[in-house]
Design a protein around this ligand. Structure first.
Ligand code: HEC
Length: 111
Protein backbone atom coordinates (compact mmCIF):
# COMPACT_ATOMS: atom_id res chain seq x y z
CA UNK A 1 0.00 0.00 0.00
CA UNK A 2 1.54 3.38 -0.97
CA UNK A 3 2.25 5.86 1.78
CA UNK A 4 -0.05 8.88 2.03
CA UNK A 5 1.42 11.89 0.24
CA UNK A 6 2.52 13.92 3.31
CA UNK A 7 4.50 10.94 4.60
CA UNK A 8 6.19 10.50 1.26
CA UNK A 9 7.17 14.16 1.28
CA UNK A 10 8.61 13.79 4.77
CA UNK A 11 10.58 10.76 3.68
CA UNK A 12 11.91 12.61 0.66
CA UNK A 13 13.00 15.50 2.89
CA UNK A 14 14.84 13.13 5.21
CA UNK A 15 16.78 11.71 2.29
CA UNK A 16 17.78 15.08 0.92
CA UNK A 17 20.79 15.66 3.21
CA UNK A 18 21.95 12.09 2.65
CA UNK A 19 21.84 12.61 -1.10
CA UNK A 20 23.71 15.89 -0.83
CA UNK A 21 26.39 14.34 1.34
CA UNK A 22 26.77 11.39 -1.00
CA UNK A 23 27.32 13.80 -3.89
CA UNK A 24 30.14 15.49 -2.09
CA UNK A 25 31.91 12.51 -0.64
CA UNK A 26 35.29 14.09 0.09
CA UNK A 27 35.58 14.33 3.85
CA UNK A 28 36.68 17.56 5.47
CA UNK A 29 39.84 15.74 6.52
CA UNK A 30 40.65 14.71 2.94
CA UNK A 31 40.01 18.25 1.71
CA UNK A 32 42.52 19.45 4.30
CA UNK A 33 45.04 16.90 3.01
CA UNK A 34 44.42 18.00 -0.57
CA UNK A 35 45.08 21.61 0.39
CA UNK A 36 48.32 20.59 2.07
CA UNK A 37 49.25 18.57 -1.01
CA UNK A 38 48.57 21.59 -3.22
CA UNK A 39 50.92 23.84 -1.27
CA UNK A 40 53.60 21.31 -0.38
CA UNK A 41 53.74 18.80 -3.22
CA UNK A 42 52.54 20.92 -6.13
CA UNK A 43 54.21 23.83 -4.37
CA UNK A 44 57.59 22.09 -4.44
CA UNK A 45 57.68 22.88 -8.16
CA UNK A 46 55.09 25.61 -8.62
CA UNK A 47 56.19 27.54 -5.54
CA UNK A 48 54.68 27.33 -2.05
CA UNK A 49 52.28 30.12 -3.00
CA UNK A 50 51.92 28.78 -6.57
CA UNK A 51 53.70 31.84 -7.95
CA UNK A 52 56.02 29.69 -9.95
CA UNK A 53 59.36 27.96 -9.53
CA UNK A 54 60.56 25.05 -11.63
CA UNK A 55 56.94 24.87 -12.83
CA UNK A 56 55.00 27.98 -13.94
CA UNK A 57 52.73 30.08 -11.71
CA UNK A 58 49.14 28.80 -11.57
CA UNK A 59 46.94 31.93 -11.48
CA UNK A 60 43.16 31.79 -11.98
CA UNK A 61 43.40 33.51 -15.36
CA UNK A 62 45.69 30.78 -16.60
CA UNK A 63 43.73 27.95 -14.94
CA UNK A 64 40.51 29.12 -16.56
CA UNK A 65 42.06 28.53 -19.98
CA UNK A 66 41.28 24.88 -19.21
CA UNK A 67 37.90 23.25 -18.80
CA UNK A 68 37.57 21.81 -15.30
CA UNK A 69 37.68 18.28 -16.75
CA UNK A 70 40.74 19.17 -18.81
CA UNK A 71 42.54 20.57 -15.79
CA UNK A 72 41.68 17.50 -13.69
CA UNK A 73 42.98 15.26 -16.48
CA UNK A 74 46.18 17.30 -16.71
CA UNK A 75 46.72 16.83 -12.97
CA UNK A 76 46.05 13.08 -13.18
CA UNK A 77 48.19 12.42 -16.24
CA UNK A 78 50.83 15.13 -16.04
CA UNK A 79 52.38 16.74 -19.12
CA UNK A 80 54.41 14.10 -20.94
CA UNK A 81 57.92 15.15 -21.86
CA UNK A 82 58.05 17.76 -19.06
CA UNK A 83 58.79 17.71 -15.34
CA UNK A 84 55.04 17.88 -14.62
CA UNK A 85 54.25 14.43 -13.18
CA UNK A 86 50.91 12.61 -13.31
CA UNK A 87 49.20 12.17 -9.94
CA UNK A 88 47.05 9.20 -10.86
CA UNK A 89 48.62 6.88 -8.31
CA UNK A 90 48.05 9.35 -5.47
CA UNK A 91 44.78 11.06 -6.34
CA UNK A 92 41.37 9.81 -7.39
CA UNK A 93 39.56 11.50 -10.25
CA UNK A 94 37.30 13.22 -7.75
CA UNK A 95 40.28 14.55 -5.85
CA UNK A 96 41.93 15.85 -9.04
CA UNK A 97 38.64 17.55 -9.86
CA UNK A 98 38.60 19.13 -6.40
CA UNK A 99 42.11 20.52 -7.01
CA UNK A 100 41.06 21.79 -10.46
CA UNK A 101 38.01 23.46 -8.94
CA UNK A 102 40.18 24.96 -6.19
CA UNK A 103 42.65 26.37 -8.74
CA UNK A 104 39.84 27.82 -10.84
CA UNK A 105 37.46 29.10 -8.19
CA UNK A 106 39.34 29.45 -4.91
CA UNK A 107 42.83 30.19 -6.14
CA UNK A 108 45.30 31.11 -3.38
CA UNK A 109 46.94 33.64 -5.74
CA UNK A 110 43.75 35.70 -5.59
CA UNK A 111 43.93 36.10 -1.83
C1 HEC B 1 58.27 17.85 -10.29
C2 HEC B 1 57.76 19.19 -10.44
C3 HEC B 1 56.25 19.40 -10.50
C4 HEC B 1 55.32 19.00 -9.58
C5 HEC B 1 55.56 18.26 -8.26
C6 HEC B 1 54.03 19.48 -10.06
N1 HEC B 1 54.21 20.13 -11.25
FE1 HEC B 1 52.72 20.99 -12.38
N2 HEC B 1 54.10 21.49 -13.79
C7 HEC B 1 55.47 21.28 -13.70
C8 HEC B 1 56.11 21.81 -14.90
C9 HEC B 1 57.60 21.81 -15.20
C10 HEC B 1 55.05 22.33 -15.71
C11 HEC B 1 55.19 23.02 -17.08
C12 HEC B 1 55.23 21.92 -18.12
C13 HEC B 1 55.35 22.54 -19.50
O1 HEC B 1 56.47 22.86 -19.87
O2 HEC B 1 54.29 22.69 -20.14
C14 HEC B 1 53.82 22.11 -14.98
C15 HEC B 1 52.57 22.49 -15.46
C16 HEC B 1 51.41 22.44 -14.72
C17 HEC B 1 50.13 22.97 -15.15
C18 HEC B 1 49.85 23.68 -16.45
C19 HEC B 1 50.20 25.14 -16.26
C20 HEC B 1 49.86 25.97 -17.43
O3 HEC B 1 50.18 27.18 -17.38
O4 HEC B 1 49.26 25.49 -18.40
C21 HEC B 1 49.25 22.75 -14.14
C22 HEC B 1 47.78 23.14 -14.09
C23 HEC B 1 49.97 22.07 -13.08
N3 HEC B 1 51.27 21.88 -13.47
C24 HEC B 1 49.39 21.70 -11.88
C25 HEC B 1 50.05 20.96 -10.91
C26 HEC B 1 49.40 20.46 -9.74
C27 HEC B 1 47.93 20.70 -9.35
C28 HEC B 1 50.35 19.76 -9.04
C29 HEC B 1 50.15 18.97 -7.76
C30 HEC B 1 49.08 17.97 -7.78
C31 HEC B 1 51.60 19.84 -9.79
N4 HEC B 1 51.37 20.59 -10.91
C32 HEC B 1 52.82 19.31 -9.40
C33 HEC B 1 56.15 20.68 -12.65
C34 HEC B 1 55.55 20.11 -11.55
Amino acid sequence: MPLPAPRRLLLALCWLPVTLLADDSLTAERVQELETLLYQDCGSCHGMTLRGGLGPALPTSRMNAYSQDGLAALILHGIPGTAMPGWKGLLTEEEARWLADHLQNDNPLDE
